[in-house]
Design a protein around this ligand. Structure first.
Ligand code: XMP
Length: 522
């Protein structure tokens, strides 16, 4: 097992992911005020609390200190205890983690003359087990304003970059490794090899697999829930479907799945979801709440407010259903890791509040919320779905956000705009499917810009909306690039949309990557 200590970097869960790719069990915990606080457990997603003594009891094979936004010389910054480096456990410090290791062990970290953000070239200076089979010169991803100036005793420099003389350093006798760059992001070309080498340095057996995740989580859920009643928010998407089936394995008839049609679903989706789950024993209830959501959204244009309203209304609907069902102890949600990190996990900055995380109101009328997939990436959720026997048409479904079309309509949401975006999106999906490229795209959808512009149709002037088409390639949804769809296909889609969807006279294609854009428009 490898323990990841989270100092709030944006890419922290990618670190856990790189470890898991090596089939090593991994837990991520947060260090607050010198204490390792309650956090999350990658294996179950149910959470455990640990402190420094608990780390010793846990006795991990390796420890990774993550990056983060703090500066080690700021007196309020979190720092690992110096004893952590005397446990005879290999430690890998990344970015802030490398600086924290240096600082705690007596080296010096200061503001760098030149900040380094983005890709840079790394040159390995001396042999290191961490860099076994890594090219001497390779591209790495940097993101730092401080840097290591003086190394602690018994450390040597093992790599440098143009603006960072200590891009990597180590005390090989004690297996302490510091890297200023981010090996966890895909832009660091040799990153995967570096993690694999660290796993070898730690002597891990590499025997952790998804099927143990499913079996262990079902067992833990059974244990935790006992005879309690469980309500599951089923959206028909991969995440909540996998969560629902796992819960049904754990508690059987004590599970009720509620599907809220908030009126912000894709065209015909509501009927499709109902049909898909007809064959499962999930106590499936469909609630038609479209008017209620629309009324709450009236006049609201701010994206974060929209997300919060939709999230809160969801909870209210569930509470009402729960009251009708009788005592309900647990609410299950299919929240997955990218939803968590972007809503501000640990000390990371909030980018968007995803409705099933940040949008939760303070008062929730349930004993507890259970999010069994909280620490899995999308492709891992799909893998879990296959293992619990879900059919491929559900498992490989493209993701659809909880707030639905509410965040694909820029500005105020109205019934007319919903219809426009539903119709345009249905055409887009149909044509992508016909072109045979659906499986190559991670996510693709139409959204309604709030922009109207002049056009000419027949002999008349129009002043109508512009639809924007988005299609992205990604596996983890943390970063993504715009797909290069064949022009002929786009042309056909644009023609069909302006001809068939009333109120649209212009179609745009979004070519931005994430970052700097996000996948959704709001
Ligand atoms: P962004 O727009 O943040 O999207 O780059 C990343 C992935 O998350 C989905 N998404 C959501 N999923 N609730 C969800 O369940 C939400 O509030 C939400 N917002 C975005 C998005 O569709 C993409 O797959």
């Amino acid at each position: 097992m490898i323990l990841v200590l989270d100092f709030g970097g944006q890419y922290n869960q990618l670190i856990a992911r790189r470890v898991r790719e090596n089939h090593v069990y991994c837990e991520v915990h947060t260090l607050t005020d010198g204490e390792i606080s309650a956090d999350k457990n990658v294996k179950s997603g149910l959470g455990t609390a640990i402190n420094f003594d608990a780390i010793k009891n846990l006795n991990p094979e390796g420890i990774i200190l993550t990056g983060g936004p703090q500066s080690v010389y700021n007196p309020t910054s979190s720092l690992p205890p110096a004893e952590l480096f005397n446990l005879n456990i290999p430690v890998l410090g990344i970015c802030y983690g490398a600086q924290a290791m240096t600082h705690v062990l007596g080296g010096e970290v200061k503001k760098s003359d030149v900040d380094e953000y983005g890709k840079t070239s790394l040159e390995i200076l001396s042999a290191s087990r961490l860099f076994k089979d890594v090219e001497k010169n390779s591209v790495v991803w940097m993101s730092h304003a401080d840097r290591i100036f003086t190394l602690p005793k018994d450390f040597t420099v093992t790599a440098r970059s143009e603006n960072c003389p200590v891009a990597a350093a180590e005390n090989s006798a004690k297996n302490l490794y510091a890297v200023q760059f981010h090996p966890e992001v895909l832009h660091t070309v040799e990153g995967k090899k570096i993690f694999s080498n660290f796993v070898d340095i730690c002597g891990c057996k590499r025997d952790w697999k998804m099927d143990t995740f499913v079996a262990d989580t079902v067992a833990e859920l059974k244990n935790k829930i006992g005879n309690g009643k469980v309500l599951c928010a089923l959206s028909g998407g991969v995440d909540s479907s996998v969560a629902a089936v796992m819960l049904s394995k754990a508690v059987g008839k004590n599970l009720t799945c509620v599907f809220v049609d908030h009126g912000l679903l894709r065209k015909n989706e509501s009927a499709e979801v109902e049909a898909a789950f007809a064959n499962y024993d999930l106590n499936f209830i469909r609630i038609d709440a479209a008017e209620r959501f629309l009324a709450k959204l009236q006049g609201v244009t701010d994206p974060e407010r929209k997300r919060k309203i939709i999230g809160e209304e969801f909870i209210r609907v569930f509470e009402e259903v729960a009251k009708k069902i009788g005592a309900v102890d647990f609410l299950v949600q299919g929240t997955i890791y990218p939803d968590v990190i972007e809503s501000g996990l640990g000390k990371s900055a909030v980018i968007k509040s995803h409705h099933n995380v940040g949008g939760l109101p303070d008062f929730v009328d349930f004993k507890e919320i259970i999010e069994p997939l909280r620490l899995l990436f999308k492709d891992e959720v799909r893998e879990a779905g296959r293992q619990v026997g879900l059919p491929e048409n559900i498992v490989s479904r493209q993701p659809f956000p909880g707030p639905g079309l509410g965040i694909r309509i820029i500005g105020e949401v109205t019934a007319d705009k919903i219809k426009i975006v539903q119709d345009a999106d249905a055409i887009y999906r149909e044509e992508i499917f016909k072109a045979g490229i659906a499986s190559k795209l991670a996510q693709y959808f139409a959204a309604l810009t709030n922009m109207r512009s002049v056009g000419v149709m027949g002999d008349g002037r129009t002043y109508d909306y512009a639809i924007v088409l988005r299609a992205v390639l990604t596996s983890d949804f943390m970063t993504a690039e715009a797909a290069q769809i064949d022009w002929a296909i786009l042309n056909k889609i644009a023609n069909r949309i302006v001809n068939e969807v009333k109120g649209v006279n212009r179609v745009l294609y979004d070519c931005t990557s994430k970052p700097p854009a996000t996948i959704e428009l709001e």
